[in-house]
Design a binder for this molecule. Structure first.
Ligand code: AR6
Length: 182
């Protein structure tokens, strides 16, 4: 059973984002766009080697200095069930001044890019809350507020895909406290 938020525009699940048959999944990438660990590694493995080629091409043509925090870049999904991957770079918690704004930008800019490509459904992992060390309890309210504000602008259905069921439960508890669970 999954919970929905914000008038059913957002579904909260636990699972592997690489399995979702949505229009776009969001990748918590690193600035190099060369792949890495965590969800980035899982997405690259599931999408196959063409994803790396596409990321390197983006790097060469559009982001020679690397993808900055909060920015987004789109590739095809290749062997994934998702049509597109939207790569974004979350802030490294311990090293970033303006981290809440940059984390919000990841979500906001990913939704805008998905809408630009006529997506109807987009799934997010918990950006920055793994290797980049953003405390889950601090990130969750930023995600909720950003979606609440941004979803007024787009015809998009959002899935928040947590890897661990413990994270899904923690997120739901925060959403409940903020009164956004349907
Ligand atoms: N599906 C959904 N969520 C997942 C999956 C999966 N298959 N695998 C892990 N997660 P992280 P970050 C969750 O570390 O903190 C990489 O090396 C995980 O449990 O993947 O933004 C990149 O190349 C956690 O809740 O991303 C960057 O260098 C969440 O995904 C750096 O890590 C995010 O954890 C980015 O770090």
């Amino acid at each position: 059973m999954s919970v929905t938020l914000l008038d059913r525009r957002v579904e909260v699940i636990a699972g592997d984002i690489t399995r979702l048959g949505v229009d776009a999944i969001v990748n918590a990438a690193n600035p190099s766009l060369k792949g890495g660990g965590g969800v980035d590694g899982a997405i690259h493995r599931a999408a196959g080697p063409q994803l790396k080629q596409a990321c390197l091409a983006l790097r060469e043509t559009q982001w020679p200095g690397g993808l900055p925090d909060g920015e987004v870049a789109l590739t095809e999904g290749f062997e994934l069930p998702a049509r597109y991957v939207i790569h974004t770079v979350g802030p490294v918690y311990a090293k970033t001044q303006d981290k809440s704004r940059l984390l919000a930008n990841c979500y906001r800019n990913a939704l805008a890019l998905a809408a630009e490509h006529d997506c109807r459904s987009v799934a997010f992992p918990a950006i920055s809350t793994g290797i980049y060390g953003y405390p889950f309890d601090e990130a969750a309210p930023i995600v909720i507020d950003t979606l609440d504000e941004a979803l007024n602008r787009y015809e998009l259905q959002v899935t928040l895909c947590f890897f661990k069921d413990r994270d899904r439960q923690a997120f739901e508890a925060i959403a409940e406290q903020r009164g956004v669970v349907d």
